[in-house]
Design a protein around this ligand. Structure first.
Ligand SMILES: Nc1ncnc2c1ncn2[C@@H]1O[C@H](COP(=O)(O)OP(=O)(O)O)[C@@H](O)[C@H]1O
Ligand SMILES: [Mg+2]
Length: 570
């Protein structure tokens, strides 16, 4: 299809050359009577003004039709290609290993991808075609100019396009200056924004003067850059007025001289045709550098996108293929782990723990001890450096990741709901979900009551990131989601730590109900929530320092006792 598009482009671009020719003939007819014209067209009477105008309209008509199909075809091809690129890029991203998201900021990634795709769209749809058309125009015009009068053509080629190119680069330099000024003004805007958003901080720290100074500095920078670019702009204007128009006047002068005398080198018709070609050519030459820059940017954008598409995803990195029956027996055997981008800091230093089927074990310890890291390892977000994690006796690295994750549910501290209905958020992409199952899950999670209190019930839209629901409500929807998934292994990572007492009771009740018949890892800093765990592991700086039931630890434990006493007093 693209080839057909190029065919149309070739035809419509070649016809472009006809325009200055016919226009030149038309304008040259003024005040001239009879001179025989070009041989190729000698059968058509170029002296008849009406014929020339008719030919011009014919030319426009054909060109219009070909351009129409060219645009349609190019747009189709472009949109198809972009659709594929969008899909591939997003597919890559969503299957990227966790570490990729530690290294790349999500906002940057999304804006980069959308900017890159926009750039490609622009280039594929129009810039390439325009670029090609202008090249044909320049080449065709030069040929015609040489044919009409090689002498005048040489004078022209030596001056006008050179001026045009100087003008283009001049213009670009000025734009670069104003872009710098723009960057600075973005910076100064962010100063204003930060200051106003955090106005209470600014005031309470009597920070006003400091921020004012910072702002002053950046607006000074903007001013001096703009003044500088103003000077260059002035020069640019003078240059255009003097040199560009000067060059054109020079050509016209030379051309007219050639039409003078008893044996003129040039007919006035040829002269006006020459001038038309010159104008066309100059315009084309002037537009080429920018288009070329656009194509360069698109090559860069393509490379960016291809880098993402060629990045190794979890599917390439995680080689496990086994699909064992997972009932919920989990063992950590001397697990050592450090995060991939900070290899020098070991976060887990030989963790061993075990959970039997349907057992509840708890992980406690101060913030930063490595509790959430353990839950990430359970989900196989990262691979261990040494030691092993076993699920029902099978090493996690041999288990197919999707299979493994389908047996684990996590209720995190901060729940993120997706834009969509409550029902969709509970079933979360499961196509086999029946309304009854979803309702049952919501009921178990203590969520049904508040869901049904909404006018639209299960169909209520939760809005972007769930902002229209309270923390406790979101938490209970997350629990309903986990109940619905019904996995043998459940992770609760500080699930209740951000709730007020009343929602905590409702959530805790739902959690207690959900814990039955599963292996549960409870991570909590409120120790009251883990008293009933059969084994409590106390973590400190990546090591298990104490282990036992609540009763045992309260008597012989040290860190646990200290943490417990601290909370009881609080
Ligand atoms: N994605 C990450 N990349 C690098 N270091 C991390 C990452 N996540 C957590 N850490 C570090 O690992 C340590 C343990 O963190 P975490 O397991 O979240 O602790 P917590 O016990 O509070 O849940 C902390 O020192 C933290 O700085
Ligand atoms: Mg944590």
């Amino acid at each position: 299809m693209y080839a057909v598009g190029w065919f149309f482009l070739l035809i419509s671009s070649s016809l472009t050359i006809g325009f200055p020719y016919l226009m030149g003939q038309l304008i040259g007819s003024v005040g001239e009577e009879s001179v025989t014209m070009g041989n190729a067209l000698s059968k058509i009477d170029m002296n008849n003004v009406n014929t020339v105008v008719l030919l011009l309209f014919l030319l426009f008509g054909v060109q219009a039709i070909f351009s129409f199909f060219r645009v349609i075809i190019f747009t189709n091809v472009t949109e198809n290609a972009l659709k594929d690129i969008r899909k591939s890029a997003f597919e890559r991203l969503i299957y990227m290993p966790m570490d990729f998201f530690n290294q790349n900021k999500v906002g940057e990634l999304t804006s980069r991808i959308s900017a890159d795709i926009l750039q490609l769209q622009e280039t594929m749809r129009t810039t390439i075609a325009e670029f090609f058309r202008q090249i044909i125009t320049v080449v065709g015009s030069v040929i015609f100019l040489l044919v009409i009068s090689w002498k005048l053509a040489l004078i022209m080629v030596a001056t006008v396009p050179v001026m045009a190119i100087i003008a283009v680069f001049f213009g670009r330099f000025i734009r670069k200056l104003s872009k710098q000024a723009q960057d600075f003004s973005a910076e100064s805007n962010s100063i204003v924004e930060e200051a106003l958003m955090g106005i209470s901080n600014v005031k309470s720290f009597t920070n006003e003067l400091f921020i004012l100074k910072k702002y002053q500095k950046s607006i000074d920078e903007i001013k001096s850059l703009n003044v500088k670019s103003g000077m260059w702009r002035g020069l640019f204007v003078s240059f255009i007025i003097f040199c560009m128009t000067g060059a054109i006047v020079f050509i016209v002068w030379q051309g007219i001289l050639m039409t003078q005398g008893t044996h003129p080198e040039l007919t006035s018709k040829s002269f006006s045709t020459f001038m038309m070609f010159t104008i066309m050519m100059v315009a084309a030459v002037g537009s080429i550098p920018d288009m070329y820059a656009g194509i360069q940017r698109s090559i860069g954008a393509t490379e960016n996108l291809m880098n993402i598409i060629h990045e190794k995803s979890e599917k390439d990195l995680l080689k496990g293929i086994q699909k064992p029956v997972i009932n919920g027996k989990v063992n950590f055997e001397k697990v050592h782990f450090s995060y991939p981008q900070r290899k020098d800091i070991e976060i887990l230093k030989g963790i061993s723990l075990s959970a039997e089927e349907n057992e509840t074990i708890a992980l406690v310890g101060s913030s930063g001890a490595g509790k959430s890291t353990i839950s990430s390892l359970l989900l196989n977000y990262y691979s261990v450096d040494a030691g092993a994690i076993l699920f029902d006796g099978v090493n996690a690295k041999d288990i197919e990741t999707e299979h493994l994750r389908s047996h684990i549910a996590i209720v995190p501290q901060e729940v993120i709901l997706f834009a969509g209905s409550i029902q969709e958020n509970i079933s979360f992409g499961n196509p086999n979900a029946t309304p009854e199952e979803i309702k049952a899950a919501a009921e178990k999670a203590n969520a049904l009551e508040f869901i049904l209190s909404f006018p639209e019930g299960m169909e209520t839209q939760v809005g972007d990131r769930g902002i229209q629901l309270s923390g406790g409500q979101k938490q209970r929807i997350a629990i309903a989601r986990a109940v619905f998934k019904d996995p043998p292994i459940l992770i609760l990572d500080e699930a209740t730590s951000q709730l007020d007492t009343e929602s905590e009771i409702l959530v805790q009740e739902a959690i207690d109900r959900m814990m039955k018949g599963r292996t549960v890892f409870v991570i909590a800093h409120r120790l009251s929530t883990i008293k009933h765990a059969s084994t409590i592991y106390v973590l400190d700086l990546g090591r298990i320092v104490e282990k036992g039931s609540h009763e045992e630890l309260i008597h012989k434990g040290e860190l646990y006792k200290r943490l417990y006493n601290m909370q009881c007093k609080a």
